[in-house]
Design a protein around this ligand. Structure first.
Ligand code: GLN
Length: 486
């Protein structure tokens, strides 16, 4: 499928209708889903209705916005009024939200066409989308491999052209990591830039919603539509939102000196040689485009994973207390008293990974251990933030691999959760510090699997990340390659 701007032009010139574009996406979904399993539910009827509304506007000579008639995928942890929102969990199997999340409302207002709710790791906990209670999504580049996670359904759907752009959520890397594994652009905005009203909470001090696109520009256009202050989210920032998708320059000289810092600690042990090569080449390319390259040190980065895996489960254990068999969808049968109803519901409603997190979090927050674990982890979080502050005294943007490896085989890491957690090494720090991060395709390994370059920016400098990523992308052809799904 074409880019957002190309499709918009086709619509405005009446070369194609929104219904035709939507139908093309739905046909592709129908053809590929038996292999990919990106979507938990396809919303064909609503999609065609939304498309018809766009066509009616065009026919009446009304002006349409840039996203009108564009097929989008939505991660299934974003509440959609009247449409099943399961979080890929049995415990929400039948949950139909009575309200709409702010981001999906904004997309609907912009005329975007939601084609379906995308698969994810249950409650967004995971790095492979294998923790979904309902299905395992395949990586479009190699169907025997995982698409990454937790927003694996959204990333795979965009990579496979089942929709043009998609929304995901990123608590410790869940947009950037699957973007890297699937060869698309994924961005986690600054904490507070995008309203989380209607996002099912995982770890509230870390969660952010962000865009996936096949190009930097598509991702930027999608962020334009969802960013901005929302009184319904108390963590939402009251700031001016620039136009992220305009004024792109083909090189990095046009706006004065741009300093890019390469994070020393992200290279070395544990890094795939193909990833190291591709990312190093990408950094050389950034230099050729006019950036000044510096080596910076973030010595506390390596404590990101251990502190995150205390903080995130702690917050999750509190957030998930609400699923008790009373307030939402699922209730286990056969209980003869209240306590047994709670325990039966929670033990059969949650999957293994979610239960592991609830146990770790409850333990870390308990009276005797709070200081040793939770408080300590929060202190480490401050140290990581300070690493970033020091680095940003010297440079404007940081660069490193998004993930130390390319996509792994489905099932490969199931028995070893720690090895899965370690994949988040390079994405977690930006969440702990609330900073924006973006993954842009920067090559392939010898198996033909995509590799991602991560760029991390200063608070609210999404514009700078998009500009750097755009100049890089336009100087390469990685983003033009598409997976051949047999
Ligand atoms: N992989 C990380 C986890 O399992 C990140 C998840 C996310 O960003 N939602 O918690």
């Amino acid at each position: 499928m074409a880019s957002i701007r190309e499709l918009h032009e086709q619509l405005v010139k009446k070369e194609r209708s929104a219904v035709e574009i939507t139908q093309e996406a739905l046909d592709r979904i129908q053809a590929l889903e038996p292999k990919l399993h990106s979507f938990l539910h396809v919303t064909a009827q609503q999609a065609l209705e939304q498309a018809r509304a766009v066509d009616a506007k065009i026919a009446a000579g009304e002006e349409i916005g840039i996203l009108a008639g564009i097929p989008v995928g939505i991660k299934d942890n974003l509440c959609t009024k009247g449409i099943l929102t399961t979080c890929a969990s049995r415990i929400l199997e039948n949950f139909v939200p009575p309200y709409e999340s702010t981001v999906t409302q904004k997309l609907a207002d912009a005329g975007a066409v939601m084609v379906g709710k995308a698969n994810l790791d249950e409650f967004a906990m995971g790095s492979s989308t294998e923790n979904s209670a309902f299905q395992v999504t395949a990586n479009p580049w190699d169907l025997s491999r995982v698409p990454g996670g937790s927003s694996g359904g959204s990333a795979a759907a965009v990579a496979a052209d089942e929709c043009v752009v998609a929304l995901g959520s990123d608590t410790g890397g869940s947009i950037r990591q699957p973007a890297s594994f699937c060869g698309v652009v994924g961005m986690k905005p600054t904490y507070g830039l995008v309203s989380r009203y209607g996002l099912v909470a995982f770890a509230s001090s870390l969660d952010q919603i962000g865009p996936f696109g096949r190009s930097v520009e598509d991702a930027a256009i999608l962020l334009n539509a969802i960013a901005g202050y929302d009184p319904k989210d108390s963590t939402s920032l009251k700031v001016q939102i620039p136009d992220y998708a305009s004024g792109f320059k083909p090189d990095l000289k046009a706006r004065g000196k741009l300093r890019i810092g390469v994070i020393k600690e992200t290279f070395g042990e544990g890094l795939d040689s193909a990833v190291e090569k591709a990312v190093t080449k990408a950094i050389d390319r950034l230099q050729n485009l006019g950036a000044e390259i510096h080596i910076v040190s973030c010595p506390n980065f390596r404590y990101g994973v251990p502190s995150y895996y205390i903080i995130a489960p702690s917050e999750a254990s509190a957030n998930l207390a609400r699923y008790d068999g009373v307030k939402y969808g699922y209730r286990a049968p056969g209980a003869d008293n209240l306590l047994s109803m709670y325990t039966r519901t929670r033990s059969s409603g949650f999957g293994a990974e979610v239960k592991r997190r609830i146990m770790i979090g409850t333990y870390a927050l308990s009276a005797g251990y709070y200081d040793a674990y939770y408080l300590k982890a929060q202190k480490v979080r401050t140290l990581i933030k300070q690493d970033f502050e020091k680095a940003f005294d010297q440079v404007d943007v940081l660069a490193c691999p998004t993930v130390p490896t390319t996509a792994f085989k489905a099932g490969e890491k199931n028995s070893d959760p720690l090895s899965m957690y370690l994949l988040d090494l390079m994405t977690i720090p930006a969440n702990l510090a609330g900073l924006p991060g973006l993954s842009v395709p920067c090559g392939f390994d010898d198996k033909g699997l995509p590799i991602g370059l991560q760029l991390i920016g200063k608070v609210l400098r999404e514009d700078q990340l998009f500009q750097v990523a755009y100049a890089y992308e336009q100087s390469t052809t990685w983003h033009l390659q598409t997976p051949q799904i047999s």
